[in-house]
Design a protein around this ligand. Structure first.
Ligand SMILES: *Cc1c(COP(=O)(O)O)cnc(C)c1O
Length: 517
């Protein structure tokens, strides 16, 4: 019986929406509802027709599974429809505007994809002999040169697999440098507006995380920072531009102070697209900075990966960089794989192989197709677009910090006060309007935060429509004569308001046939 109908899309008691009649199937036009793939399975139904295997001698020593493995039995069209239907429910950057802040969800040019799929790059294996992958090694080398030039830094570790992994790399290099000097330092300073990965990285490396408060203008409190410095401080982890979308104006001073105290300066460079081609971290006194290739240099991300987080390093930290890395000599390109010779001080390896090759190809394609002038324009357009949104909304949504922002515009919920409508409600209503919501409730230093990052790749028309939508929603919240409107949103999505707390506290991660739990 289950197979005849889809499932209820509207939770009990979600409010009467007379404009949305139920359908017999549960489908809403192109928005299809079907049972779970496990519920669709019929024992014995099969999508392939293979010959009986010839008598083969089992080599598993009696360990072969005897029972069923619990996968549903389905025809090929059933499987195909299941996954195509799911993919159509997925909001993506290829479908619409994706204003998530601190994520840089920008267009991924198709030339990147074409380059990444070229057989000479797409079909190689990390265990191939070096002589057969000279072109791939040259590509990694050239990308590394671009990154060093753009950042004004002398060295780069290419293997980290994402931003957070890059932070781990940088902090491990800092720890190795302190250990080489025979110093034991136990504390890392992190501003309270930091991305959660910063304190997590410091803690993972065994450091005590010491939080530095923010000033009223959204930057790190320099006096509080100075007061916290001491001989036990290994370094500071600072994001610039920070997660409030603001440039840390005191950055040179911060670098000098931490260096004078014998510590290192880790700069979280995830927001590098705001300063690309305009400012070089090497000129700011930075010792280590990860660059999220999957943010600044396009390359698709989301759903957990893949990412790529190369880390540029100062002269002080370069000797401790992880292996492997590409070296160019008279015989061509080779990989420095072992902790010996020039790499004798390396802290070791972060990954089995050499990094995310597919991401390297896409990032270099992005750089080469923009050229030096185009890369500079990326930062200019990203900042211009964010400020266009800031100015377009600031009379209806309060901005907690005055003045020009960098690549993202930050609003708080003070103009929603007493309306009964929260940041979350606005986000849910945005879904009905066809937008992925902006980042909500982050950074934590701002009440009811709404963080919007348009990126450089959107048109003025897209930004105007977004501004118009947000003005409409805030206006609707403030005129206040339709309180159910927000509480019942989203109406048109495949799923509506979910029990997010229940899902987090009591997750049901395994499907079991009814009555067998
Ligand atoms: C995205 C981001 C990170 C983490 O990068 P991942 O690739 O997701 O691990 C760290 N810091 C900031 C400021 C970020 O925006």
């Amino acid at each position: 019986m289950l197979n005849n109908v889809g499932r209820q899309t509207r939770p009990e008691g979600a409010g009467g929406d007379t404009e949305m009649p139920e359908t017999f199937t549960g489908n809403r036009a192109l928005n299809l509802e079907t049972p779970l793939i496990f519920e669709q399975g019929v024992p014995g139904r099969i999508g392939v027709d293979l010959p009986e295997p010839k008598k083969v001698k089992a080599k598993l020593g009696g360990l072969a599974r005897k029972g069923r493995i619990g996968l549903p039995d389905l025809s090929e069209p059933q499987v195909l429809r299941h996954y195509v239907r799911l993919s159509r429910q997925n909001y993506s950057i290829d479908a619409g505007f994706y204003p998530l802040g601190s994520c840089t969800m920008k267009h991924n040019p198709r030339i990147n994809e074409k380059a990444a799929r070229m057989p000479g790059l797409g079909d190689i294996h990390p265990l191939q002999p070096e002589s057969t992958v000279q072109g791939a090694l040259a590509l990694v080398y050239e990308l590394a040169e671009w990154l060093k030039t753009i950042t004004g830094m002398p060295a780069v570790a290419m293997s980290p697999a994402a931003g957070a992994h890059g932070e781990l790399c940088g902090v491990m290099a800092m720890r190795a440098a302190h250990e080489a000097r025979g110093e034991v330092r136990t504390r890392i300073l992190v501003p309270e507006s930091a991305h959660g990965t910063n304190p997590a990285t410091a803690a993972l490396c065994g450091y005590k995380v010491d939080s530095v408060p923010a000033r009223a203008d959204g930057r790190m409190d320099l006096e509080a920072f100075e007061a916290k410095l001491g001989p036990d401080v290994a370094g500071v982890m600072l994001t610039n531009p920070n997660t409030c979308g603001l440039f840390e104006n005191d950055i040179r001073k911060i670098a000098d102070l931490v260096h004078a105290a014998g510590g290192y300066f880790y700069c979280d460079g995830a927001n590098f697209n705001a300063i690309l081609g305009r400012t070089r971290p090497g000129d700011l006194g930075v010792d280590a900075m990860h660059i999220n290739l999957h943010k600044t240099f396009s390359t698709p991300h989301g759903g957990g990966g893949p990412g790529s987080g190369p880390v540029v390093l100062s002269d002080a930290l370069a000797p401790f960089a992880p292996v492997p890395y590409v070296v160019k000599d008279d015989n061509g390109y080779r990989l420095q794989e072992d902790v010996e010779g020039d790499a004798a001080q390396s802290f070791g390896r972060m990954k089995t192989f050499h990094g995310q090759m597919g991401m390297f190809i896409r990032a270099l394609a992005y750089m080469l197709s923009h050229g030096a002038d185009g890369l500079k324009q990326i930062a200019e357009d990203a900042v211009l677009n964010a400020n266009y949104i800031r100015v377009g909304l600031k009379d209806v949504l309060h901005t907690p910090f005055d003045g020009v922002c960098m690549h993202e515009a930050l609003f708080d919920d003070s103009t929603l006060k007493d309306t009964g409508v929260s940041t979350l409600d606005i986000a849910k209503a945005m879904i009905d309007e066809g937008y992925h919501p902006m980042t909500m409730y982050f950074p934590l230093v701002v009440h009811g935060a709404m963080l919007v990052e348009p990126t450089e790749s959107e048109t003025k028309e897209t930004l105007d429509l977004f501004i118009g939508t947000m003005r409409h929603l805030v206006d609707k919240a403030r005129t206040g004569n339709d309180p159910d409107f927000f509480k019942n949103a989203p109406r048109y999505s495949p799923r509506r308001r979910l029990d997010e707390t229940g899902a987090a506290r009591k997750p049901i991660l395994r499907w079991a046939p009814e009555g067998t739990e």
